[in-house]
Design a protein around this ligand. Structure first.
Ligand code: CP3
Length: 360
């Protein structure tokens, strides 16, 4: 496996990895969550030809759309085109992507007895080979232009989808499990965690150079529920992925945890082995820095809707953001993903502003 990694083209831009490790950079690295997506006409053209999960399962197509934003903008990272919901799919649940509605599970988990429906997490990896193939192909096609990020959903976020079956304002069905069926909730979270650890190690073997764990539904858990139902699993994922990668003789790679809406968890997350903590736009960068401490890299956090402003305003918002974060131990990003109705030229303005306002 160690030989396989060195077969990849040499990296010509390592700003993202340097910033993640706390090394100095010539400019602050920048990328955008959902940078491969419907705001790009070339993405919509490909999307019109395939079902969403067919795109994920076809390495050539996943690679093609992963590279689209890099062909337009001088981004410092690519993120593999896939979805966090491929893990519950591999655990045996059906997921459909409905245009205009988002992901839908036709038969969500309705009670603890449904846990018997799930496959053994040990078998999940083989079913996700298509993601590994997409990663390996993309590493080659990237030709070292920027590092490739792999990712997964955090266990609570995946659990919430498996129970709610679709987006929810309150997550009350999933939270009902936490209060009414805590033991079954832990069993489910453990199954997801076991599958996720194996899945992420597989992504590293395939060529991922940084891993991001999306806790997109952190906001629904206050500090107490987060402590019991999210933090221990986020810790296990980071510890075991790093230990298994080392045991395989592979190079350690940085990991990012992004607790969307989880401002209350920043101090605790700063104590885990993740090198990078992502923050959404509701958190002040100076407060986030105090909470996670000096030895972590922060990622974020411009309000995605700031991209609706004109490029001159985007430039001044970015300048202020970069001043607050500082140029060390910082990866610039939005505070959440881009929306389909955004103007690609405004992402260009965002990227350019980060590089301009952070050049030494
Ligand atoms: O460019 C990238 O960011 C890489 C690809 C990526 C997708 N999903 C593609 C996608 C990534 C990193 C994800 C992660 C993901 N998926 C998360 C975590 C990040 C977050 O947004 O909090 C979540 C919660 C999901 C689940 C999911 N997938 C939702 C809620 C939706 C619907 C919302 C939407 O944007 O439509 C999706 C669909 C999805 N995933 C799309 C893309 C490009 C759009 C679907 C389409 O093209 O029809």
């Amino acid at each position: 496996m160690a030989e396989k990694k060195s077969e990849f083209p040499a990296l010509k831009n390592d700003r993202l990895l340097r910033a993640a490790r706390g090394e100095s950079v010539d400019k602050v690295p920048v990328w955008a969550m959902r940078q491969a997506g419907r705001y790009l006409p070339e993405f919509r053209e490909v999307r019109a030809q395939y079902d969403f999960f067919t795109m994920c399962r076809t390495p050539e197509v996943a690679c093609q759309v992963t590279l689209q934003p890099l062909d337009r903008f001088p981004l410092d990272a690519a993120i593999i085109f896939s979805d966090i919901l491929v893990v519950p799919q591999a655990l045996g649940m059906e997921v459909q992507m409905k245009p205009g509605e988002g992901p839908v599970f036709p038969s969500p988990l309705s009670g603890p007895e449904d846990l018997d429906r799930l496959c053994n997490p040990k078998d999940v990896c083989a079913k996700l080979q298509y993601v590994y193939d997409a990663i390996t192909l993309t590493r080659h096609k990237l030709d070292g232009r920027a590092p490739l990020i792999g990712f997964c959903g955090a266990p609570w976020t995946i659990m919430a989808y498996m129970i709610e079956g679709k987006g929810s304002k309150t997550m009350s069905n999933a939270k009902c499990w936490l209060y009414r069926h805590p033991e079954a909730s832990h069993r489910l979270l453990k199954t997801i965690t076991d599958a996720t650890i194996a899945y992420l190690v597989g992504q590293v073997k395939a060529g991922a150079q940084l891993l991001q764990v999306f806790e997109s539904h952190a906001e629904h858990l206050g500090p107490n529920l987060f402590q019991e139902f999210a933090l221990p699993y986020l810790k296990r994922i980071c510890d075991e992925v790093k230990d298994q990668v080392a045991a395989l003789g592979l190079q350690d790679i940085p990991m990012t945890v992004f607790p969307k809406g989880g401002h209350f968890a920043l101090r605790e997350l700063g104590r885990l082995r993740y090198e990078v903590v992502g923050i959404d736009w509701t958190v002040d960068p100076i407060l986030a820095r105090q909470l996670v401490g000096p030895n972590k890299t922060l990622q974020g956090n411009l309000d995605p809707c700031a991209l609706y402003a004109d490029p001159i305003q985007i430039d001044s918002s970015v300048k202020e953001m970069v001043e607050k974060f500082g140029c060390e131990r910082y990866i610039a990003n939005l505070g959440h993903g881009m929306y389909p109705d955004m103007d690609p030229r405004h992402l260009a303005a965002f990227v350019e502003a980060v590089h301009t306002h952070s050049t030494k």
